[in-house]
Ligand binder design. Structure first.
Ligand SMILES: O=C(O)CCC(=O)C(=O)O
Length: 360
């Protein structure tokens, strides 16, 4: 889950405002290129990144690294952080051609909630802490007070014994294919395919050393809601809708690249095992945090360009393995990178007042 929540009063209402406030610098690590934006009935425009400077140019001529087609309403909701990229893709309201990572990098620059997230990150980056966390504690059936305390202290934990009521604990890829085979999932935040087809792909070895496809944070199809439970420590309306993370292992490559979130995340492991590498927010001076966007090279803390990112080698890391029945409680701002150790399925819930659960 990459987005932070944005209270509903902070909505962009006009595309020209969004483009006018476009930052005149790209993120560190963002490579050059053009993103073409095509809205219904409007003149196309492009965002050009050249030698670290980004600017908006009217007209969509020339070659694009990525092209985004969507309605103006969908775009405004997206950059206001009212809806996520993948939700729009799943519903067919937004389509991206070309380099998705580049498009995602530009999107993260435009997000309205960036300033709020930056504020939250600053607070956790600089808070007073004890000794570095050597190991993520495993806590059997933590109470609400324990969870509130762990979030207040901004320290992760693994809650065990809390998923007993989840029907999803009986999921296997084959069962999902049988029961939910016709349901659509978004793969790599880009392509929508039937679940059955994705699961067939999970069992194939990709050709030419390609990374196996991963369902990375696709909104969980509503037909599957009865099988999962929101984190039990909060009223349902305080929890955002569930996201599905699922796929086959990619050898020593991460399934989910290094990033951090602006809201606490509860990652429930349903099937298979995952390795998670974590960096505390106080390691930010070593994290090149502006570069941790989807088109940066700094996506895998086990393999990175040491000449370009020499400080990362100094960052203190904590590792854990999560197994079925574990909920990894990740407070705001903890950098994390995830490797599938086996074919696996997880459900993430983020804390945020914008819930599908409250409608049900
Ligand atoms: O399970 C995964 O692969 C990643 C989950 C994650 O990064 C998140 O929910 O923020």
């Amino acid at each position: 889950m990459y987005a932070s929540r944005n209270p509903s009063n902070k909505l962009y209402t006009n595309i020209d405002d969004v483009l006018a406030r476009f930052p005149q610098s790209a993120r560190e690590g963002m490579t050059d290129g053009a993103l073409h934006l095509r809205f219904d009935g409007r003149e196309p425009c492009q965002i050009l990144v050249q030698r670290g400077i980004a600017r908006v140019v009217l007209g969509g001529e020339g070659s694009a690294r990525a092209t985004v087609n969507c309605s103006s309403d969908a775009f405004l909701e997206l950059v206001s952080d009212r809806v996520e990229f993948r939700t729009l893709i799943q519903s067919g309201k937004l389509a991206i051609e070309g380099d998705l990572l580049f498009a995602y990098g530009i999107y993260s620059l435009l997000l309205k909630s960036n300033e709020e997230a930056a504020e939250q990150f600053r607070a956790v980056d600089t808070m007073a802490r004890g000794a570095p966390l050597q190991e993520v504690p495993r806590v059997q059936r933590p109470t609400r007070e324990q969870i509130l305390d762990t979030l207040a202290r901004n320290t992760p934990l693994i809650a065990t014994g809390m998923m007993r009521d989840w029907r999803a604990l009986a999921w296997t890829p084959e069962r999902i294919a049988d029961e939910y085979g016709d349901t659509s999932v978004v793969v790599e935040q880009q392509v929508t395919i039937p679940m059955r087809e994705f699961i067939a792909r999970m069992n194939e070895t990709p050709s030419g050393g390609e990374k196996p496809a991963y369902v990375n944070g696709c909104p969980l199809p509503e037909s599957m809601y009865p099988d999962v439970q929101p984190p039990p420590w909060f009223p349902h309306h305080e929890i955002r809708p569930p996201q599905l993370w699922m796929g086959a292992p990619a050898g020593d490559r991460p399934s989910t690249y290094l990033h951090r979130d602006g809201a606490p995340v509860f990652l429930g492991q349903v099937y298979g095992r995952k390795r998670v590498v974590l960096f505390c927010p106080d390691q930010t001076p070593y994290m090149y945090s502006a570069a941790i966007v989807r088109n940066s090279e700094l996506i895998d803390p086990d393999h990175f360009d040491r000449d370009r990112y020499p400080l990362l080698a100094r960052a203190f890391r904590t590792e854990c393995i999560i197994e079925p029945g574990d909920i990894l409680v990740l407070p705001v701002g903890w950098y994390h990178c995830v490797w599938a150790l086996t074919p696996n399925i997880s459900i993430a819930h983020a804390y945020g007042e914008d819930s599908a659960w409250s409608r049900s």
